[in-house]
Design a protein around this ligand. Sequence first.
Ligand SMILES: *[C@@H]1O[C@H](CO)[C@@H](O)[C@H](O)[C@H]1NC(C)=O
Ligand SMILES: *[C@@H]1O[C@H](CO)[C@@H](O)[C@H](O)[C@H]1NC(C)=O
Ligand SMILES: *[C@@H]1O[C@H](CO)[C@@H](O)[C@H](O)[C@H]1NC(C)=O
Ligand SMILES: *[C@@H]1O[C@H](CO)[C@@H](O)[C@H](O)[C@H]1NC(C)=O
Ligand SMILES: *[C@@H]1O[C@H](CO)[C@@H](O)[C@H](O)[C@H]1NC(C)=O
Ligand SMILES: *[C@@H]1O[C@H](CO)[C@@H](O)[C@H](O)[C@H]1NC(C)=O
Ligand SMILES: *[C@@H]1O[C@H](CO)[C@@H](O)[C@H](O)[C@H]1NC(C)=O
Ligand SMILES: *[C@@H]1O[C@H](CO)[C@@H](O)[C@H](O)[C@H]1NC(C)=O
Length: 903
Amino acid sequence: MASVFLPLLAATGAALAAKFSPSDITHSTTFGNILPNKFIVEVDSAQYIPGRRAIDARRPHDVVYEHLQQRELLYTVDKEFDSPGLFTGSVLTLDNAHDVAKVREIPGVKAIRPVTIIPPPKPTKKYVPSGPSDPQVPADSESTHIITNVDKLHAQGILGQGIKIGIIDTGVDYTNPSLGGAFGAGHKIVGGHDFVGDAYNGDIDPTSTNSPTPDNDPLDQCNGHGTHVAGIIGADPGNPFNISGVAYQASINAYRIFGCSGSVSDDIIVEALLQGYNDGNDILTLSLGGSDGWTESSSSVVSSRIAAAGRIVTIAAGNDGAVGSWYSSSPGNAINAISVASLDNTIIPLQNLTVSGVTHDPITYFSALPLPVKDTLPLYAISKDVTITDDACNPLPDSTPDLSKYVVLVRRGSCAFTQKLGNIAAKGGKVTLIYDNGNGFAGIEVGNYTAVLIQAADGTFLAQQLAAGKQISVTFPQSGASTSFPDPHGGLISDFTTYGPSNDFHFKPAIAAPGGNILSTYPVPMGTYAVLSGTSMATPFMAGVSALLFQTRGKNADVGRNARTIFETTAQRVPSSKTDGDPLQTVTQQGAGLVDAFKAVHSEVFVSPSELITNDTAHYKSIHTFSVKNNGKSTKNFKITHHPAGTALTFQKGAPAPGPVPLSAQAASVEFFPSSLTIWPGFSETVVVVIKPPKGLNSTDNPVFSGFLEIANADESYHVTYLGLAAALKDTHVVDNTDIFFGVQIPAIFDANSNVVNTTKNFTFQGTDFPSIVSRLSFGTALLRFDLVQPDIKLTTSLSKRDGVHVFERRDYTFPWDEKPNTFAKVQTIGSLFSATYQPRNSNQNDGTGFNNIALSLPQFANGTKIANGAYRVLLRALKVTGDPTREEDFESWLSLVIGIQA
Ligand SMILES: *[C@@H]1O[C@H](CO)[C@@H](O)[C@H](O)[C@H]1NC(C)=O
Ligand SMILES: *[C@@H]1O[C@H](CO)[C@@H](O)[C@H](O)[C@H]1NC(C)=O
Ligand SMILES: *[C@@H]1O[C@H](CO)[C@@H](O)[C@H](O)[C@H]1NC(C)=O
Ligand SMILES: *[C@@H]1O[C@H](CO)[C@@H](O)[C@H](O)[C@H]1NC(C)=O
Ligand SMILES: *[C@@H]1O[C@H](CO)[C@@H](O)[C@H](O)[C@H]1NC(C)=O
Ligand SMILES: *[C@@H]1O[C@H](CO)[C@@H](O)[C@H](O)[C@H]1NC(C)=O
Ligand SMILES: *[C@@H]1O[C@H](CO)[C@@H](O)[C@H](O)[C@H]1NC(C)=O
Ligand SMILES: *[C@@H]1O[C@H](CO)[C@@H](O)[C@H](O)[C@H]1NC(C)=O
C-alpha cells in the first residue's frame, strides 16, 4: 500500500480520463494489498521484563504460541518483535486465515493487523549528469536553504553535530564522495542494516520465492532514492555541484528496506523502525508510504509510538494530490509523527541553449544539466504550423529527411511524448526540443530519449523563423549555461502533495518543506547527482531541520515531543496562488506552512497547542484554548489576528473532488479572548478561542475549513492552526453506486467475459465460469464485509437495488472480524466471503487503485469451507465513518440479485 514517493508526470498534460472499461477487470482478486495469511500479532508486554527471574518468566510470545498449540491452530512464526514499551509481537503465517478471529481471543493478544504490501516507486523524471567532471553547477543550489532560513543556522555553525539520523529507504551509496565515501564508525554513514538485499521485490504473489536476504551493508547502487534523500540531509559542501545537506555534520544510519526495484511489506518497515529506535537514532525519516486514510496500520502505530517516546519521526505526506482529499498516506498519517508536505523551489536550476542564424536570447530548456550534445546542429521543425495539436503523433512522411543530423523541433500535445519521440527516432532523430502548448513548463517523462521541453514563446518563435526560411543552428553549451529559472509556481505547495485530513480527522500534513526540483546526491554508478521532486525530498529536509533543533535546544525527549508544535507555530503561511486576493492554501495541503528553521530553533516564545481541531459537526468542539509562554528576558506584547485559509470543497456531486481541490473564500468565524497579550519574562498567558463553521456552504461538498490565529508584534510572529469540517462524516457516502466509472452501475457482478450479470445465473466454477464482484469506495471505511445470505432475506439496503448475481471472496485475503456465528450487526448471514478493516477510498485513476475486485474462483467461504450448492445473495456492507460497527443502520449496504452455485 505504500511506495517510495516520486511524482508521476503526466505525459501530455491532458487530464486523466476517469472511465474504466469492464475489460480492465482481470479475474483475480485485487483488494487492499494484503499479504495472504500473514498477520502482525501484537502481544501485551505490560508484565514482561526481558531477562527477569520470576515465577512466570515466559516471554509473552511463548504464552501466545502455547495457546495457539492448545487450540490446535496451525501457524508459522516468521519474525518476532521485542521492544517493550513500543512493540512486542510476532509476524505469523496462519494455515487458515480465518483462525485470526480465534487468535484475537487469546489472552495477552492486544491487536492483530494484516501485513500490507508497499508497491514499487512511481516513475519520475530525473536528470543525471554524465559524471562529477561535468563542469556545470546549478547557480543556486541553496535556494531551499534560503527560503527556510537554514542558511542562517549554517552561518552560526549549527550543522547537526552530535545528532544521529536513521533513514529508512532504499539504502545509500556511501561511496559517493559527498556522502563520506565510506561506511562505518568515523564516517558520515556510521551504520545501518540491509533488511532485504538487491533481489528482494516484495512480490505479493504467495507462491513467489522472493524472500529477504538481510545483511549489515545498506549499500544501494541500483535504486537511488535513498541516496538522494541522504544528500538532502547530509551532502558535504565542496562538491562539484556546490550543494550541501541541511545537517551535514549529523551522523546517518541507513536502513535499507527496498531492493533494486519493487515493493516491501509493512512488517519490514516495523522491523526497521524498531531497529532505528534501538540503535539510538534521535530522528527517523521515511520517504515512503501508500494511500490509506486511516491511522491504524502497523507502521503508523509504531511510528507514532516512537514519536511519543520523544524521538522525531518525519514521514512523507505522499504524492497523490491529484486524487483529492481524504487520501492521506500511511505511515505518514501516524498520529504523533511529522507528516511533510512539499513546496516548490522558488528557482529551478535549468540550462540554456543558444541559437544562431536568428537574433534571440539564450533559450532556457527544462533540464538541470546540459543535454549531452557537443556539436552545433541545424534545427528542423516537424511542422511549421505553430497551432498544430498532434505534431509527430503519427509516423512521419517518407519525405522527412534523415533527422540524425538535426535538432528536431516539435509541438507538445494530443499524444504521449514518447510516441512523438518514437516517430522522430524512426526517422533517425536523436535530439528533440518539445515546445510547450500552454500546459506548463516542467520536467517531462521522455524515457531514454534525448529530449527536453522549452517554453511556448521560444518554440513558436523558432518555428515561425524556420517558416520564414531562416536557417537556425542550436548549441548546447556544456558549461557556463546554468540559469536560475524563477519557477512561476515556486514558493507554493507542490500540486502533487497529498491532501489530508485523515478519516479520523487528524491534522495531516503537519508542515511543508522544499521538495520540488531538488538537486542531491545519487549512486555513483547512476550518475552521482540527480534532480528529483516529491514529498520524498521534503521529508529528509525536515529530518535535517529536526537535527538542528535537537542540537541547539538539547537532545532530549521533551524537545522531541515538542518539535512538531515548535515547527508548526513558527512556520510561514503559504498562499494558494500568486494572484492577489486568493486565499491561503488549505491547511489540508500546506499543514501549518513552510518551515522556518531559524525561528523554530531560536524562538523565545512557546505557543501550545499548535493544532486546534474542531472535528466534524457531529463531534464538534468549538471552544479551544492555547497558551503563549515568554521564555525571553524582556516583556513581550502581542496582538492576535485571524487569517483564514481557503475552505476545501472536498466533494463534488457525491464524489471526492480531484486535486487541485477547489477552494471557497467562505471562512469560519473565529473569536478569541483576549485579543492582545502582555507577557512578562518566564510567564505565560492563555487565549480562549471559539470557532464556528463557515456559513453558506453545502454540507454535501464536505467543506474542510481551516486557518490561522497569528500572535504577533513588530518583531516576531507565531501562529496556531485550526481545522474543521462543516459536515458530519457519518453523512458521507461510502460506496460508489454510480455508473460513472464503468458505464454500468456498480457494485456489480461480472462474469468470465467481463459482462455484467443482470439475471439470475448459475456458476459452475469450471474454468473461468465464476463471479467477480466489482466495487469502488468513494470514502474510506473502517469495516467492509461481503457476506453470503439467504436469497429470500428481508432486508432494506441503503443503496439502490439492482439485481446482480454474485458471490465471491478470496479466502487468502480475508481479515475476519469478531462476530457471533451466523449473524453480524443483527443481520442473519450464512458465512463471510471477505472482510477487511480500515480500507482506503479508491482513486479516480485506472492504475490498480481505482476499483476493487473480488474474484470468487472457488465456491468457498473466507475460511476455506466449501459453499453448498444452492441459491444465495451477496450482502456488501461498509461502515460509515464514525459509525458504530454493531449497528446495522451505520452501514451502507447493497444486496446482489440471486446467484446460483452449482459447482
Ligand atoms: C556555492 O554556494 C555558496 C553558498 O553556499 C556561494 O557563496 C558560492 O558562490 C557558490 N559557488 C558557486 C561556484 O556557485
Ligand atoms: C539564460 O537565458 C535566459 C533567457 O534568455 C537569460 O535571461 C539568462 O541570463 C541566461 N543565463 C545564462 C547563464 O546564459
Ligand atoms: C530505451 O528504452 C527501450 C524500452 O524501454 C529499450 O528497448 C531500449 O533499448 C532503450 N535504449 C537505450 C539506448 O537505452
Ligand atoms: C473526531 O471524532 C471522531 C468521532 O468521535 C473520533 O474518532 C476522532 O478521533 C476525532 N478526531 C480527532 C482528531 O480528535
Ligand atoms: C447541495 O448539493 C447537492 C449535491 O450537489 C444538491 O443536490 C443540493 O441541492 C445542494 N443543496 C443546496 C442547499 O444547495
Ligand atoms: C444485461 O447485460 C447484458 C450484457 O451482459 C446487456 O447486453 C443487457 O442489455 C443487460 N440487460 C439489462 C436489462 O440491463
Ligand atoms: C441453477 O441450478 C439449479 C439446480 O440445478 C436449477 O434448479 C436452477 O433452475 C438453475 N438456475 C438457472 C438460472 O439456470
Ligand atoms: C467456515 O465458515 C462457515 C460459514 O460461516 C461455517 O459454517 C464453517 O463452520 C466455518 N468452518 C470452519 C472450519 O471454521
